[in-house]
Design a protein around this ligand. Structure first.
Ligand code: GRG
Ligand code: ZN
Length: 313
């Protein structure tokens, strides 16, 4: 089995960051804020965050903020809760949360909660358990969970639980590993994991491992490196990670590397991208692959960053 080509991945992330004026601005301009979170968190897990110019990143992030307190995916783009979490996460990585007007940001997030406890993603109102997770994660990082009705937020998430033990994006929505991560993560952060039948959900999640070792997101689907995050982090949060083969999953992720030019793809031999590079490295971190920083399965940030936020060390 090959090894993690750490140095190549660092070079790959840095080169994508440098090419932001062509490739990124055309193909993914609207989600540059998410891209920044994926790329920079990967660099941190690989121990190379010091290769980036902190002031440049922080000043760009602050240019993406609106008067409402929410952040856009790039300068001049509309604010959305998705980008607001990424902005807060990146500032947390750099220990720069102090540049934020915390009241402004937390009022924006709290303002997106609906009467039934659910959250909209922005002023246009689409509701999804992804946004419940984001609101809860973000407010927790900023120590302002008291600005929302946590009890109602939790009961809305519980109303999205299915008979198979999983969760969907709205009540009655099909179970999907991405949505399960969001719901389990939100319940973990709010100390509400007792609402989960761990054996039932653990069974559904461990069934996601296919013969090749990779994980899929739903029954009958192809394996994909990003589910090494969505599924694995959920299994860890409910203490059932020993129900899958860690060795086989490590091998699947390593097989998705471009060992020549760096980066990780969704499946072996596909083209690499920053998103799957992040989820591959984060998955290996959850699998305790040597040489990587540990990542927190609920907050999706390095454990040392979480310790700094909650324990001041
Ligand atoms: C901090 C890690 C982190 C996340 C923030 C945005 C978000 C919160 C969570 C997204 C959760 C989610 C719904 C992930 C799923 C993404 C995905 C691969 C969707 C594709 O689903 P399918 O089933 O595709 O259409 P496949 O390829 O599996 O058939
Ligand atoms: Zn994927």
């Amino acid at each position: 089995m090959g090894e993690l080509v750490t140095e190549k991945h660092v070079q790959y992330i840095l080169s994508v960051e440098k090419r932001k004026d062509d490739f990124i601005s055309v193909a993914m301009e609207y989600l540059r804020m998410n891209g920044a979170y994926w790329g920079l968190t990967t660099l941190d897990l690989l121990g190379k965050l010091d290769a980036v110019d902190v002031d440049e990143v922080v000043s760009w992030i602050m240019k993406c903020q609106h008067e409402s307190g929410g952040f856009g995916g790039n300068i001049g783009h509309d604010p959305h809760i998705l980008y607001t979490l990424s902005a807060v996460q990146v500032l947390a990585l750099f220990d720069k949360l102090n540049v934020l007007d915390i009241e402004n940001v937390t009022n924006y997030i709290a303002g997106l909660q609906n009467e039934d406890g659910s959250f909209s993603g922005d002023e246009w109102g689409e509701v999804d358990t992804r946004f419940s997770y984001i609101a809860i994660c973000c407010l927790s990082i900023l120590h302002h969970l008291n600005k929302i009705n946590v009890e109602k937020a939790v009961s809305y998430i519980v109303s999205c639980k299915n008979l198979d033990g999983g969760f969907g994006c709205t009540p009655g929505g099909e179970s999907h590993a991405g949505q399960i991560f969001c719901c389990v993560g939100a319940l973990a952060i709010t100390g509400s994991l007792h609402h989960i039948d761990k054996d039932l959900l653990g069974w559904w999640l461990c069934e996601r491992q296919v013969k090749a070792g990779g994980l899929n997101g739903r029954p009958e689907k192809l394996p994909d490196v990003c589910y090494s995050w969505w599924v694995l982090s959920s299994l860890i949060m409910i203490d059932r990670v020993h129900w899958i083969s860690k060795e086989k999953l490590v091998k699947f992720i390593l097989d998705c590397q471009d060992t020549e030019n760096g980066g990780i793809s969704d499946r072996p031999d596909d083209a690499v991208d920053v998103y799957h590079t992040y989820f591959g490295v984060a998955g290996l971190s959850l699998l305790e692959y040597p040489g990587l920083k540990a990542i927190d399965p609920a907050y999706a940030l390095p454990v040392d960053v979480i310790n700094r936020i909650f324990f001041g060390r």
